[in-house]
Design a protein around this ligand. Structure first.
Ligand SMILES: [Zn+2]
Length: 236
């Protein structure tokens, strides 16, 4: 049976389940991916090569500033697949597969994580200059919707010739609700235990920009504790 006939058959079968055309397209793509993976290995090396560039020149330039701007208070990861960050929660299996396929095929340009726990704190999309294609606008909209649904903040930063690391640090730390600790305030004191649930606590920024210990069990537990005075020194 030719691949084309298989796809038509599969599409017709899926239509009988009353799925939306979009869900059917996603599922067909997913099945095509799966069957491509199942292709028997040929003699000789697998047909894969290392890409010449992991990051574009603009992404790399931004990454270097990002690393400087977040030094000591956040870890930077470039090009993180949404499938490593989020999972789908829909009840139907076919919708679950379609949604999982969609998140597996999208990424966030940069991810900031808390320095020790590596808990994700902020997604960053670097917006290229000029008119964006309908496809990339649609992908951007999907990524934004996934972040919003999962309650993880996401910001867009336009590509620039140069960036002000300090300005960027302020913007990122506010968006991520992470404190920019002064190098002189390190190492940070041992985190206390949560008075409510016993989980470990970590430094965070409460509303109004106040440095507090927050429960790592957030959002299930919203307990906060005052921070020792010697830790309160933070960069503006
Ligand atoms: Zn707690």
């Amino acid at each position: 049976m030719s691949d084309e006939i298989k796809v038509t058959l599969l599409t017709n079968v899926l239509r009988t389940f009353g799925l939306s055309e979009q869900a059917i397209d996603e599922l067909v793509l997913y099945v095509e991916d799966l069957s491509a993976e199942a292709e028997p290995a040929t003699d000789g090396p697998e047909p894969f090569r290392l890409r010449e560039h992991f990051l574009s020149a603009a992404e790399h330039r931004f990454y270097l500033v990002l690393r400087e701007a977040t030094q000591g208070w956040a870890q930077v990861y470039p090009k993180v697949g949404l499938g490593s960050l989020f999972y789908a929660t829909c009840s139907g299996y076919s919708q679950y597969l379609a949604d999982t396929h969609r998140i597996n095929h999208n990424h966030v340009d940069f991810l900031l994580c808390r320095p020790d726990s590596l808990r994700p704190a902020l997604g960053i999309m670097l917006d290229a200059k000029g008119e964006r294609s309908a496809g990339s606008r649609q992908a951007d909209g999907f990524v934004a919707a996934v972040f919003a649904a999962a309650g993880l903040p996401l910001i867009h930063i336009p590509v620039q010739r140069s960036y002000n690391a300090q300005e960027l640090a302020g913007r990122l730390s506010r968006a991520a609700k992470l404190p920019q600790l002064d190098a002189g305030a390190q190492p940070v004191a041992t985190p206390p235990c949560c008075p409510r649930c016993g989980s470990e606590m970590e430094l965070g920024v409460a509303t109004g920009g106040i440095l507090v210990w927050m429960c790592t069990n957030f959002p299930c537990c919203r307990a906060v504790r005052r921070v020792e005075p010697e830790l309160r020194r933070t960069r503006a």
